[in-house]
Design a protein around this ligand. Structure first.
Ligand code: C2E
Ligand code: MG
Ligand code: MG
Ligand code: MG
Length: 284
């Protein structure tokens, strides 16, 4: 009996593996189709000055606009996009679309009030030869000044990569006037001391630390340490995933200048951004 049960279990396991593989392949081919057809859109989440509540920038977050399944968030496809390399053409579209949107904000909003946009870039895109030129061309075509663009790269991905070229490309982008942010900071193993010698302007503290800091001393010490060290190193800090007032108040107390999260707004469509901006401008 035991032997038979083991056999059944093994078969079930194999069927499970097979189903998973088929699912991944299907996802990959659907994603390939989406890239060719341009079935993506961007939502934008405000990055606010914590003390005043005014939005200084917006993070562009990609969504897959699936003809049957509706709007799909990146947690469901970014991994497959990375593995398959489809993140490269998708990312190119994201960059261009984000810059087109900023140029529209700049056209519509009063001078000096247009927020910057920050775009997530996978290391795979950075490794692609010609990424720097791609950014330069996209800025040129849209007429957006480099100061209105920030690029986010995750800490974990960056630490895996000790290729000198990635760092030298980041330096080139920074010399052009584009700001570089480290995303999900705290989830990898790098120290701020290490970042000091790197071409970086902004550190984004991962949501997990923000969630826990109100109730636990360890994440609180970590957030407080990052904020004060960053200030000494002349880096800007953005706290991610702020969901309630207690978190915001504590961050203000710690001297954290910027944050984003559902407390302020979830990611918005491009026209909602303009409404949000003009709304805050009027209120302020
Ligand atoms: P991320 O860059 O760390 O982006 C923040 C994520 O947290 C977003 O999820 C955002 O909607 C969510 N979020 C913001 N505030 C809150 C909050 O208060 N509570 C909670 N629970 N969540 C909050 P999203 O849009 O699903 O994006 C997930 C990840 O996908 C991003 O994490 C980023 O790593 C990746 N991603 C998004 N767009 C792109 C893209 O265009 N290119 C690449 N390569 N990756 C992207
Ligand atoms: Mg990000
Ligand atoms: Mg992040
Ligand atoms: Mg995060």
């Amino acid at each position: 009996v035991a032997k038979g049960a083991g056999k059944n279990q093994w078969r079930r396991y194999q069927r499970h593996l097979h189903d998973e593989m088929v699912e991944r392949l299907e996802l990959r081919s659907a994603l390939d189709h989406a890239v060719n057809e341009g079935h993506f859109l961007l939502h934008y989440q405000p990055i606010v000055d914590l003390a005043s509540g005014v939005a200084v920038g917006f993070e562009a977050l990609v969504r897959w606009s699936h003809p049957q399944r509706g709007v799909i968030t990146p947690d469901q496809f970014i991994e497959v996009a990375e593995e398959s390399g489809l993140v490269v053409p998708m990312g190119r579209w994201v960059l261009e679309e984000a810059l087109r949107t900023v140029s529209e904000w700049r056209r519509v909003l009063p001078p000096g009030q247009a927020p910057y946009v920050t775009v997530n870039v996978s290391v795979r895109q950075f490794r692609e030869a010609g990424f720097v030129d791609q950014v330069r061309t996209a800025l040129h075509h849209t007429g957006v000044p480099p100061q209105s663009l920030m690029l986010e790269i995750t800490e974990t991905l960056l630490m895996k990569d000790d290729e000198q070229r990635v760092w030298s490309d980041l330096s080139t982008l920074r010399e052009m006037g584009i700001r570089i942010a480290i995303d999900d900071f705290g989830t990898g193993y790098s120290s701020l001391g290490y970042l000091r010698q790197r071409p970086i302007d902004v550190v984004k503290i991962d949501k997990t630390f923000i969630d826990d800091m109100v109730t636990s001393p360890q994440p609180l010490a970590l957030v407080s340490g990052i904020v004060s060290l960053a200030r000494n190193l002349q880096l800007t800090v953005v706290a991610e995933g702020i969901e309630d007032v207690a978190h915001r108040d504590l961050l203000v107390q710690l001297g954290c200048p910027l944050g984003q999260g559902f407390l302020f707004s979830s990611p918005l469509g491009p026209t909602e951004v303009l409404a949000w901006m003009t709304g805050t401008t009027v209120a302020a």
